[in-house]
Design a protein around this ligand. Structure first.
Ligand code: PGA
Ligand code: ZN
Length: 415
């Protein structure tokens, strides 16, 4: 697409879904404004881009003002060259000077402004020739770990995915129905359940991991049978949060279990069998490439997914490719810092046959860019919760895109 340059940049402090401060920018390209506010994780990977300058969010904001003169006049058409410029300005490997939230907000807002200036939706500006396929919605229906309070399961996310859905409409309907059914199931078990939810909008009941699996599994079956849509279960163990380096074990503190790496592997394999799981995110901690490789070898037709281990970083992914660690990767733009770097990561994942899943963060905003990025990176799934304004903004955007494309085919999964 023809070049167009950045005309102005404005930045401010806004709030994310947890009520934490975040950076939002307005970038103007040919008179059109793009706006983006950075999301933020709670169970962050050790190697992901740092959110803010070490002196805090105000220092990050000031640096954006200081460097806006370098950005004004720069070509807005190419996320990768903008990423290079932002890296040069920052001068560190992980955006620890200007802050990854600034890199995120500038790069995503620029891409949106460019798309507006060209009169096309963001996904088309990023992937002009297509093909455009709809990612399957992978939704968190039950929250544990760092996204909920004590008493909820140790495992961070119990996920459902409507693998039998023929359209995004059908898929979202199924996930929402499971969310509603699950509440009824939880209330049967605990008549005093308050309806409390975790950070990503899934329920956060006072139950053990095993009970959570039973309830999510029975709720999915009920909905599957009534809607006639195959719904499968997935898990994000977020194992770096469970791993204790001193005792070299995965510690399930809330419910009193401790598992060595070997026992964790057995535990995961048993869960796959018992609950017919198709998606295992971070089953081991962020340095455990070998364990990832062992599990990947042992399983077939199951996605072994790297989030904290790859942190949307191409060189960490390529190490995984070399070791055959995992077969799928989470893409979170703010882990990389910039949209350009995340797109590079996506290209490498596709080239090496790693299935891509574009994902929200636990602290998110009502921005809708995620849906466009998922389509433009040809992600097979999108993780954006099931309910909650900041989750549904993205899922509703998929419905609009589906309508605009006159009905979009679902991506092809290999499970
Ligand atoms: P986070 O969690 O956004 O808190 O990092 C999401 C995830 O681990 O997938
Ligand atoms: Zn994760």
């Amino acid at each position: 697409m023809k070049k167009a340059s950045i005309e102005s940049i404005k930045a401010r402090i806004c709030y994310d879904s947890r009520g934490d401060e975040s950076i939002e920018t307005d970038v103007k390209v040919e008179g059109f404004i793009g706006r983006a506010c950075a999301p933020r994780g709670a169970s962050t990977g050790k190697y992901e881009a740092v959110g803010f300058n070490p002196n805090g969010i105000k220092a990050t904001l000031e640096l954006i003002f200081d460097y806006s003169s370098k950005l004004i006049g720069f070509d807005a058409s190419n996320p990768k060259s903008l990423s290079q410029l932002l890296r040069e300005i920052d001068g560190t490997k992980n955006f620890s000077r200007i802050g990854g939230s600034a890199a995120y907000a500038i790069s995503v807002a620029t891409a949106e402004a460019f798309a507006r200036a060209k009169g096309v939706p963001l996904y088309k500006a990023l992937l002009p020739k297509g093909p455009y396929l709809m990612p399957y919605p992978l939704g968190n229906v039950l929250c544990g770990g760092k996204h909920s309070g004590p008493g909820a399961p140790d495992i961070q996310e119990f996920l459902v995915c409507p693998l039998g859905a023929k359209s995004i409409k059908e898929g979202l309907r199924a996930n929402i129905a499971v969310h509603k059914e699950l509440r009824k199931q939880i209330e049967k078990k605990d008549p005093y359940f308050t309806g409390g939810k975790g950070d990503e909008g899934g329920w956060a009941p006072h139950i053990k991991d095993e009970e959570a699996f039973e309830l999510v599994s029975s709720s999915s079956k009920i909905v599957s049978d009534s809607l006639g849509v195959d719904i499968r279960l997935g898990v994000d163990f977020a194992s770096s949060s469970l791993w204790d380096e001193d005792s070299k074990a995965y510690v399930y503190t809330r419910w009193g279990a401790k598992r060595s790496s070997g026992e964790q592997l057995e535990f995961v394999m048993e869960l796959v069998k018992k609950y017919h799981l198709f998606f295992l995110e971070d089953p081991f901690h962020e340095e455990a490439y070998e364990e990832f490789a062992e599990l990947t070898k042992k399983l077939s037709k199951v996605y072994v997914v790297g989030d904290d281990i790859f942190v949307t970083n191409t060189s960490r992914l390529l190490k995984g490719v070399k070791m055959k660690a995992g077969n799928a990767a989470i893409l979170k733009v703010n882990q990389a810092g910039t949209l350009g770097d995340a797109m590079d990561f996506a290209e490498n994942a596709r080239k090496h046959n790693y299935t891509l899943i574009t994902s929200h963060r636990s602290g998110d905003t009502s921005d809708v860019h995620l849906s466009h990025i998922a389509i433009a990176t040809q992600s097979k799934m999108i993780k954006s919760g099931v309910v909650g304004g900041e989750r549904l903004s993205k899922l509703n955007e998929l419905l609009r895109i589906d309508e605009e494309l006159g009905g979009c085919n679902m991506a092809k999964l290999e499970v």
